[in-house]
Each structure stands twice: as structure tokens, then as C-alpha cells.
Design a protein around this ligand. Sequence first.
Ligand code: SAM
Length: 297
Amino acid sequence: MNETVKTKRPRKPKELENQPGKYDERNKLNDLTGKDWLLLTRSYWISETTTLDRTAYAHPAPFMIEDVKKLISMYTKLGMTVLDPFVGSGTTLIAASLLNRNSIGIDLNEQYRDLFLNRANDSKLSLGNAKYIVGDSLVCLDSVHDVDYIVTSPPYHNILRNDSKGTRSNNGKQYRMAARDGVGYYSEEPNDLGNFDEYCDFINAFSAIMKKAIACLKSSRYASIVISDFTVNKQEHPVISDIVKSMIDIGYEYCGTTVLLQTVKPLYPFGYPYAYKINHHHQSIVTFRKPIDFVML
Ligand SMILES: C[S@@+](CC[C@H](N)C(=O)[O-])C[C@H]1O[C@@H](n2cnc3c(N)ncnc32)[C@H](O)[C@@H]1O
């Protein structure tokens, strides 16, 4: 006997009615149509800048707003909560507000909270439910709960303190190529991850914070770390592998790496003409998931 199976037509959330592609109502991860979801699964993205990024110039290493918006739209739905435990100039909070998500950011340096408030003010952004906490994430994360997505980028050990020429000048369009001036490292605080002398202490401190963070994250939800390999004492370090290993040791499940191409950086002849030295022109967005059966050890 032939039975006709009636399937319910997927309904798009109202806000997405004008977007092309089909929305699947089984989608618990995000509000994207199948077409937009697929585009974000490509293993490389080209980093995009907008005029709003220029207001972050007083921070030595800010995210680009459009890059974070893509991540938030992949891993959350409207009204969900995003956490950044190293929020700096507040880019994650700005991107989350632009997408109508709630957000919590933590940073040790009070001046960066002021920078974030000025950024929001200059750009006339309505911050909705964005919360900026000043303090050490190792402590502050104890009071954070029910997070749907974590996106963050830690200090790159002490490379700013050792190698930086400072923050970039705010010279309009060419901001990312602009000369550096001003203070080049984050703070003098001993618990600042940018202030440890030993690389292994930096990895351990990062790991301790991400262990606290997994307790704030809802089950089956995602965490993305934006990081790159770098050189410590003239020796290139496999930082990404060390970060992935420490996240897996905590209990996060590894989901994959998206290469974020930074196509406008200048090339430097670091080792020329004696030795090969790499020019880092990409960041890696390394994504993890909290397993449904996660148990804190
Ligand atoms: C790479 S920056 C993050 C930049 C940020 N994504 C943005 O868009 O501006 C890392 C930040 O971590 C902060 N930080 C370092 N150690 C910390 C700690 N123990 N707790 C909280 N924040 C910390 C620094 O002050 C710095 O602003």
C-alpha cells in the first residue's frame, strides 16, 4: 500500500524572510539558511574590514568586526549569549549587538572598557544586552552561566612586550598598514597572559581560563579560539597545536580549523638572505564543541 507522507514546510524566522535559501526548522544551531550555512563551512575565509574597525586602533590586536559577525551568525541564534574572556576593545560585544545577540566580555585592563564604550558611542551603536566586566577571567568566569557560544583570542604570550612597536596610528583607510605608535602591550598585571616569561606558563594559564569557560558553556555548544603560531626567543612555536592539545585535555571536542587570510599585511625579509623565516599572513580560527556527556575532572 502506498502511504503519502506529509512533511511540514520549514518556516524561516521572521527576521530572515528576505534572505535567499531555505531555512530548516530542525536547525538548533543558528538562523542561517542552508545556503548561508554551507558558505561558512569553507576552511578558509578572507578577513574583512569595515570603517567601524578603525575605532579599535588604540588596542594592539583587535578582531575585525565582520570576521566575528560571521562566527556569531554560524554558532548562535537571535537572542543567544556570546562570551569573550579576552574581550579587549570589545569587538565581540559590538558584533554581537549588531546581530541582536546578548554578550559578556571580560578583560583585565579597565582602559579597554573605556575604549569599547567610546567605540560604541562614536559609531552610535545601540549595545542592547552587552556586558563588559573588568577583571581576571580566571576569577570573573565563576559568575558567568548559560553561554551559547565562546569566541576569543588570548594574548600571544609575551610577543607584544618583546617585539611590539606599539599600536597603529588611526590614519584612515590604510589603518591596517599604518605605522605603529603608542603602548604596545596590554598591561603590567602579573595575571595578564601577555606577561609570563615562560611559554609553558602562558599555555597553562590559558588552559586554566578555558577550563573555567567550559563550565559556563551550555552542552553541545561551540567555542572558537583565534590564534596563530608565533616565534618565541627566535624559535618558531607550534602554538596552535599546543592550544588544541590543551583544549582536548580539558574535555572540549575538536571540530576543525578555518584559516582567516589577512591579505593586506606587508611582507618582511626576516631571515633573508641567510635563513627561511615565515611571514604570518593568516590567523587560525580553531573551533571546539562541549560534548553532551562532558564531565568536569
Ligand atoms: C588579543 S587581545 C584581545 C583583543 C580583542 N579580540 C579585541 O577585539 O580587541 C587579548 C586581551 O586579553 C586581555 N587579558 C590578558 N590576560 C587576561 C586575563 N587573565 N583575564 C582577562 N583578560 C586578560 C588583554 O588585556 C587583552 O586585551
